[in-house]
Write a protein that binds this ligand. Structure first.
Ligand SMILES: [Zn+2]
Length: 85
């Protein structure tokens, strides 16, 4: 189960959450109560292999991460990678 890091854009609070890949991203900040959390990509504790499929492939295919990664062949999950756009 991967770790996700979140940061609140309202108050700057940061937290880590261990979620299933099928769980919805966290939104509400436990500190200020605003729905201002944004997911960060962490090099440590985050499996980059499984990061790239989430936003793009999951909705369309509804497949498991392993299937998407095997079919796509590339999923670096960095968000800045041209191949992942
Ligand atoms: Zn906050």
């Amino acid at each position: 189960m991967p770790f996700y890091e979140y940061r609140c854009e309202n108050c700057g609070h940061e937290l880590e959450a261990m979620q299933k890949v099928s769980d919805a991203p966290l939104r509400d900040c436990p500190e200020c109560g605003q729905a201002a959390l944004v997911k960060l990509i962490s090099a440590a504790g985050f499996q980059l292999k499984g990061g790239g499929w989430y936003a793009t492939d999951f909705k369309d295919k509804g497949g498991k991460p392993a299937e998407s990664a095997a079919a796509g062949g590339h999923a670096c999950g960095s968000g800045g990678c041209p191949a992942c756009e």
